[in-house]
Design a protein around this ligand. Structure first.
Ligand code: ADP
Ligand code: MG
Length: 240
């Protein structure tokens, strides 16, 4: 579903990604972890073309992300992305946040979009908050809305960039629970997160990055049992 081949990227003179290759198969859940500044956010943003790359190939569902002829906004509409900060529209109600792109991008009718929005709000446990504004919800609730909004587009894959790292501890699980459920339903997911409980529960593979390199790309069982590199072992020792 997602394939990266020898991807390299520079910010000016600074090489942020070096020869990164990996793939995420349909229905697979891949967790990306590694120290701060190692290039995780950059890597995940290259996947849907939010960050251009200077070298390498990236494809989603067979469509090239780096080909200039590819309609990136059309492609992005099919790939859900959830960031650390919720990025909901503050002046729109929760329902409006969930219907806007359905109507504008997918051309759904308002009724159809609203029905879908309510169904998804039900699913993330927030139907009672449909008419509120983002500022009236907690961080955990806003992040669940952000996930529901991404799902409203019927994405073929979901990308997460540290979706729980800006949340108070008591709100982390309510967001992870939604992500676990998604994973168990077979959603193709690439998640930058340091929540190793989540990784242990639902990830198929774990990628460990350091200084722009994919240092490990292992089956979950192997990663947790015996990371090959010393850097990954150090990292795990610090966060577990
Ligand atoms: P991570 O998500 O693993 O913390 P990032 O992908 O955000 O890492 O950043 C990797 C490196 O690239 C860091 O050294 C960061 O300072 C640098 N970087 C990130 N974004 C930019 C940018 N827009 N311009 C220049 N350097 C950047
Ligand atoms: Mg980051």
């Amino acid at each position: 579903m997602i394939e990266l081949k020898n991807v390299s990227k520079w910010y000016g003179q600074f090489q942020v990604l070096t020869d990164c290759s990996t793939e995420v198969k349909k229905g697979e859940v891949v967790v990306v972890c590694g120290p701060s500044g190692s290039g995780k956010s950059t890597l995940i943003k290259t996947v849907n073309g939010l960050e251009p790359v200077q070298k390498g190939q990236i494809t989603i569902d067979g469509v090239s992300v780096v080909d200039h002829k590819t309609n990136l906004s059309k492609l992005r509409a099919r790939v859900g992305m959830v960031f650390q900060h919720f990025e909901l529209f503050p002046h729109l109600s929760i329902t409006q946040n969930l219907t806007l792109a359905q109507v504008k991008v997918l051309g759904r009718s308002r009724d159809e979009a609203a029905t879908k929005a309510l169904k998804l709000l039900d699913r993330v446990g927030l139907r009672a908050h449909a008419d509120k504004f983002p500022g009236q919800l907690s961080g955990g609730q806003q992040q669940r809305v952000a996930i529901a909004r991404a799902l409203s587009m019927d994405p073929i894959a979901m990308l997460f960039d540290e979706p729980t790292s800006a949340l108070d501890p008591e709100m982390i699980n309510e967001v992870l629970d939604v992500m676990v459920e998604l994973a168990q339903e077979g959603m193709t997911m690439m998640c930058v997160t340091h929540e190793m409980g989540f990784a242990k529960k639902v990830a198929h593979r774990v990628i460990f990055m350091d200084r722009g390199l994919i240092v490990e790309d292992d089956r979950k069982e192997e990663f947790f049992a015996s990371p090959k590199s010393e850097r990954a072992r150090d990292f795990l020792a610090k966060i577990l």
